[in-house]
Design a protein around this ligand. Structure first.
Ligand code: PEP
Ligand code: MG
Length: 607
């Protein structure tokens, strides 16, 4: 039987590069600034992600015990399900469950997993995943359809075991100085892994506006993406340098490079501390236009940091991070607590909480089914309006948390006013529902994310239905230019300064102004010192960004004149291509504002 699996450990060990251990530089896309040196921690899997942990000799017995307990718990779960079957489903269901029990009783499978734990000294999750994947690959290569289908049972059993293991976390996490390496990393995995303070991230997939890298920048974790085949070239424990300024990684670094990069890594650490100096007062351009900087944060700790660098409230709270944290929809009570906590901290400046911007992919269990184009699928407001029970729970939680607190609700992925009208109706019904039950609620403002091209063309109508607009430039660029924001292969087409984007932003900001409502720009564009002046020239007065971007943007804003930004916008409005716009902007920056840029934030060559 053939055994073909890119994650196969033997394939990796046979890699010519690995055998020679020669220093190798690989280039990708820099998605979070900084430099770090560390040891590779390999993250495995797509749907759920697992990492390989090197165990100490004295941890192996405990890990084997964890695995044995997981097997017996999984068996107990299956027997319980079998006992609950009804007469009509008995035959089919029990035969499947019997097959699962047989797999769990299979001595050779358990021995292989136990051997992997014992001999390779790795954690049980990793051993289960690697061994079952090999079996699954073997089954998939069988020609007999009947036998081939057995891989599905094996997948089920493997998932069950991993779930059971996940319920009881090992008391060790990533090794010290870990550099996480993966095909791609889910934001929830990064949040989980952040507990063990990794040093940097390397992935094959992802882009500047991927949620994972937005988080990485928030955590000050250097990151490089778009390094194809990186997983075949390194192993857990290998030393690697990550240069998040130049989008470069160095495998098997020489002593000389290690010495040089250690100095750079040390410098990066001190910049992190420096960036948290307190800054206060109103932020104005040289000619007196006030610019409000808000923060994109999801946790109270990050808001406190943001406040120290002068953020005025939260311009974007991505509530789906709660979903990541709870690995499912949080209950009404859990949501009320989270929203109240953040709103109380933010106080007068208000928090703009976006309702769950989830896709079917995020969901587990009965809702999950694969979509061909998740970015164009059932996500954001569309998903909320299809799972109305969950949407109602979230709106009830937001209404209750708004009692005595300044909360504004933002609806993601709006493409039509009818979605807003429907959301408003549901909000009103839930308000009445709470009133009938004599439960206190507030009157949150309601805003719409403008990130779908249809919303740009109808921005005027939308502006008449809501209290404020929120410009999501990450998705706006993705959808207007039809470029997957998570795919490094098309990163060169992700042109933030494309003339179509400039015109779209202008249309939206003008619609807000004409209807006398505020507009916040909250995509990653707002946090870039290179793009912020353009946004200001286009009329933006509220920019919401990652905590770690605030000081850089403040410095630029206070060093330029609004008049200058209008001048540059007038010039670029005549351009026909993204290249032309970028060249114009770069020249202007070099000529007029180069003194405002330190060497690590030189204007990028490509958007
Ligand atoms: C955006 O699309 O610009 C945005 C702010 O939302 P997200 O990055 O969460 O999609
Ligand atoms: Mg978006």
């Amino acid at each position: 039987m053939t055994k073909m699996n890119v994650y196969d450990e033997t394939t990796r060990q046979d890699s010519p590069l690995k055998r020679k251990n020669v220093e190798t530089e690989l280039f990708g896309q820099a998605v979070s600034r900084g430099v770090a040196i560390g040891k590779v921690a390999w993250l495995y899997g797509q749907k759920r992600q697992y990492y390989c942990i090197d165990l100490m000799e004295n941890q192996i017995e405990g890990e084997l015990q964890r695995f044995r307990i997981a097997v017996s718990l999984a068996k107990r779960q299956i027997k319980k399900i079998a006992s609950q079957t009804t007469e009509s489903t008995r035959t089919n269901k029990t035969s499947i469950l019997d097959a699962h029990l047989l797999i769990l009783d299979d001595k050779s499978l358990s021995k292989k997993i136990a051997d992997k734990i014992r001999l390779r000294k790795v954690n049980a999750e990793w051993a289960v995943k690697v061994v079952t994947e090999t079996y699954i690959a073997d089954y998939k290569s069988i020609t007999s359809t009947h036998l081939r289908e057995r891989y599905i049972d094996l997948e089920d059993v493997s998932d069950r075991l991993l779930k059971v293991l996940g319920g009881e976390k090992p008391d060790f996490l990533l090794h010290k100085n870990a550099v996480i390496v993966a095909k791609d990393i889910k934001p929830s995995s990064l949040i989980e892994l952040s507990e063990s303070s990794p040093k940097a991230i390397i992935t094959e997939r992802g882009g500047w506006t991927s949620h994972t890298f937005i988080l990485a920048r928030e955590m000050n974790l250097p990151a490089v993406t778009g390094i194809d085949g990186v997983l075949q070239q390194i192993e857990t424990g290998d030393e690697v340098i990550v240069d998040g300024y130049n989008g470069k990684i160095i495998l098997y670094p020489t002593e000389m490079n290690l010495r040089e990069y250690k100095i750079a890594a040390k410098k990066f650490k001190s910049v992190k501390v420096e960036s948290l100096k307190t800054t206060g007062g109103k932020l104005k351009t040289l000619d007196g236009r006030e610019i409000i900087i808000r923060a994109n944060v999801d946790s109270p700790q990050n808001f406190l940091k943001a406040e120290r660098v002068g953020a005025r409230g939260i311009g974007l709270y991505r509530s789906e991070f709660l979903f990541n944290q709870y690995k499912d929809f949080p209950s009404e009570k859990e949501q009320i607590n989270a929203y109240q906590k953040i709103a109380r901290l933010v106080a007068e400046e208000a928090v703009q909480i976006r309702t769950f911007d989830l896709s079917v992919e995020h969901l587990t269990g009965e809702h999950s089914e694969k979509e061909q184009n998740p970015a164009l699928g059932l996500r954001g407001i569309r998903l909320s309006l299809s799972l109305t029970e969950q949407f109602r729970i979230q709106l009830r939680a937001l209404l209750q948390a708004s009692a005595g607190n300044k909360i504004a609700i933002v609806l993601p992925m709006i493409s039509d006013v009818s979605e807003i009208i429907l959301a408003k109706k549901i909000l009103q019904e839930e308000k009445e529902n709470l009133q009938e039950r004599k439960i206190k609620s507030g009157n949150p403002l309601l805003g719409a994310m403008i990130e779908v091209p249809a919303a740009v063309f109808t921005a005027d109508d939308i502006a008449r239905e809501v209290d404020f607009l929120s410009l999501g430039t990450n998705d706006l660029v993705q959808y207007i230019l039809a470029v997957d924001r998570d795919n490094p292969a098309v990163a060169d087409w992700f042109r933030t300064l494309h003339p179509a984007i400039i015109r779209a932003i202008k249309t939206v900001l003008t619609a807000a102004e004409n209807n006398d409502i505020p507009a916040t720009v909250c995509g990653e564009m707002a946090g870039s010192p290179f793009y912020a002046p353009i946004l200001i020239g286009l009329g933006a007065t509220v920019l919401s960004m990652n905590v770690n971007s605030i000081l850089r943007v403040r410095k630029i804003v206070s060093g330029i004149a609004f008049e200058e930004t209008q001048e540059i916008v007038k010039t670029i409005e005549k351009c026909k291509t993204a290249d032309e716009v970028e060249d114009m902007v770069r020249n202007y920056f070099v000529e007029k504002w180069s003194h405002l840029f330190s060497s690590d934030i030189l204007p990028p060559r490509k958007s």
